[in-house]
Structures are given as C-alpha cells and as structure tokens.
Design a protein around this ligand. Structure first.
Ligand code: MG
Length: 389
C-alpha cells in the first residue's frame, strides 16, 4: 500500500500542541510555530546540541572522520522516528524535538565516560545521562532572560526522560509519576526510544565493519543480517562488497521500521486508545517490534556487545577515557577553584545548598558538558607540567 508523503490529520492518541500540559514558566504562545516546533528550535539553538558534534558515539571523535558522532547518531534517530511518526499519524514536531534532545546529557567518551562519572558520583546520587539530558534542558542551558533552561513543554520533557530510578522519580513531580506507577509515556516518546535502538544497532554494524572490528562472516550467522545479506547477494550477485554491506545496513533500518509499523498498528487496533492519556495508562508500550524482530534485535545487540563494544581496541580506548574522566572529577572535586570561574562559582552555590552532594553535582555538570577533545585538553592542562595554559 502506498503511503501518502504529506502529513495527515493527527490520530486521536497523538500529542496535540494545543492541549500541552504546558511549560514550567508560562509564556505567551508562539506566533508562527506551534509549541512543539518552538521546543525543537530551542533545542537546535542550544550549546549542548552543538557539542554533540564532538562527542563519542562508540569511536572516540578523533579516531576517524567517517564514524558516527553523537550528532550524526541524533540526526539518524530523528529521521527514523519522523518517518514512523508520519506513517502512524503521530505528532512529527514533538517526535523531532524529543529525538534531537535525547542525548544532550551524554558525557564525553560515550558510555565509558558515563560509567566513570557514575562511579565517581556513587556517594552523591550517581550520574545518569538520561537524567542529565533533562537537567540540561531544565537548568543548565542559560540563554533566556526569564528562566534557566529551555523551558520546554511537559510532553517534550516526558519524552527526554526515558528511564529513571524510583528514587530519582520521586523528585521529578508529575514527570516522574510513570516510573512509580509503571505506566507508559505518550507514543511520540515511545517512538523516540525505539528509533534510538534501530539507529544505533544499524549504524554500529556499519561503523564496526568500517573499523574492521566486525567480520562479514559473523554477520551471516545472525538472523537479521544473515537474511539481508542472502537477499542482497541473490538479487545483485556481482555487487562490490562495500556496496553489498551498505545495502544490508539500509535493509536493517528498512525492515525494522516496517516491522515497527506493522506491530504497532496491530497493538493500536487491539487497545484502541482514544487519547494520549489512554496511551499513558497502559502497562506496556504500543510502539513495538514483533516477537520475531525483538528476538533478532536482541541477538544483534548481544553480538555487538561482544564483538564491538568489548573489542580490544574499543576497550583500551574506553579504559583510557574512564581514567581521563576520573582524574578530572577528582581534581575538580578536591579543589573546585581549578574549574573555570563560572563553574567554580556555580559549584560553590550548589555546595552551600547541598554540601558535598552539591559540590559533586557541580563538578559532574561541568564534566558532562565537555566534548571529547575539550576533556582531553583540560586533562593536559591539569596534569601535564609542560603545558602552561
Ligand atoms: Mg541515543
């Protein structure tokens, strides 16, 4: 069946900017855009968004120019999610805003950086990149006269907060409720979550092949990539290997998107939600893979974990990154005056209110905001006696 390329009226269970739960600080409505478009624009204009360009996805930024960065990952998630949103008559503007913001809280050096910062913060509430994304848009961006943060709509913030411990959820008001009642967010938020997984599973295979950390024969053994490779080889037997692999990665995204569309339509048909609130009351997400795709997806994830994320080369770089973050944290926590004056001042204010927890949070905010190359430079400035500034 051909799908209309033009946006159609929204489904009754889609988020409606006219019926948003509002912003933390009330503002007059925008003149030429809807509320979710305004959120998207604020995110794109934020400093945290620009920093995504120089933050690691899997490969540290300077390892090669063709690997994904947080920014290109973010754009791929956004593009996949918008396609699905439009096909399901969901709110494409909100989907775009959520996906563009979903990784704003990531530390430098990807998961290695987050793990290191979380370990440093063990006695001070921990560090979680997802919660940090919310902190970026709620507090840390300081560019508007009337409020701290970007003052985004409740629905955008709901989508940014993908997961959260019950303890943290208790401090987040209505936004944290679903983690206590174990209910669901709106469909645009569910979609952003799944599109993230579709994007990174597919592009990590692509990047892993490019870095020669993954072997094509290993991919033949897996359900999804094995099937796609056989299909491409049968249809175009003389295709050069590189193009064959591109076709496979393209097929990975296409078949996962097709599967989500079909399974989600069935789930919506079964539950017949008539509003975004009836979606939120459900115990399980409606945006979903089929059982077969779920199994194939999990298999791929496990394969990537061992073959790529635990690969000797990636592992060595990750351990180096952890040491860099840990050194920075310890130096700044011991003496916040080593940080640039505005961060030192903010950390002092946080420490006045919350003692060592506040001091640790101020240091974590500074480190989490760094790009890979800035963190490396700060480390040299602090620990390399040859370096003067
Ligand atoms: Mg992501």
């Amino acid at each position: 069946m051909a799908v209309s390329r033009l946006p159609r009226p929204l489904a009754p269970y889609a988020a409606d900017p006219e019926r948003s739960r509002g912003r933390r600080h009330p503002e007059p409505p925008p003149s030429w855009r809807n509320e979710f478009q305004r959120d998207r624009d604020r995110i794109v204009h934020s400093s945290a968004f620009r920093r995504l360009e120089y933050k690691t996805q899997v490969f540290v930024n300077h390892e090669g120019d063709l690997f994904r960065t947080r920014l290109t990952h973010t754009l791929e998630v956004c593009q996949i999610a918008r396609t699905i949103a439009r096909a399901l008559d969901l709110n494409e503007d909100l989907t775009e805003a959520i996906t563009l913001a979903h990784d704003l809280g990531h530390t430098p050096f990807g998961h290695a950086g987050q793990d290191a910062l979380n370990a440093c913060m063990r006695d001070h509430g921990g560090f979680e990149h997802n919660l940090q994304s919310l902190r970026v848009v709620d507090e840390l961006e300081q560019r508007y006269a009337e409020f701290d943060g970007l003052n985004l709509c409740w629905e955008t913030r709901e989508g940014i907060l993908k997961h959260c411990s019950r303890l943290n959820a208790c401090h987040l008001g209505t936004l944290g409720e679903r983690f206590i009642t174990r209910t669901q967010p709106g469909l645009e938020a569910q979609l952003a979550n799944l599109a993230d997984e579709i994007a990174y599973n597919s592009h990590d295979v692509d990047d892993g092949l490019r870095a020669e950390l993954i072997d094509i024969d290993e991919l033949r053994e897996l359900e999804l990539t094995g099937r796609l490779l056989r299909e491409v080889e049968t249809a175009c037997p003389r295709l050069p290997l590189r193009r064959m692999l591109y076709e496979m990665v393209r097929g990975m995204i296409g078949s996962q998107v097709a599967d989500v569309l079909e399974s989600t339509r069935v789930a919506i048909g079964e539950h017949e939600p008539d509003s975004i609130d009836s979606v939120r009351e459900l115990g399980t997400p409606l945006i979903r893979f089929s059982d077969a795709m779920n199994a194939a997806h999990k298999e791929l994830k496990q394969f990537l974990f061992h073959a790529l994320y635990r690969h000797h080369r990636v592992y060595r770089m990750a351990e180096k990154a952890k040491r860099t973050v840990t050194d920075l944290y310890q130096a700044f926590f011991d003496d916040p005056a080593l940080m640039p004056p505005q961060h030192a001042r903010r950390t002092r204010e946080l420490a006045l209110a919350q003692d060592n927890d506040g001091r640790a949070r101020g240091v974590a905010d500074y480190i989490a905001g760094m790009t890979d190359r800035y963190a490396i430079l700060e480390h040299q400035r602090l620990f390399d006696p040859q370096r003067l500034t």
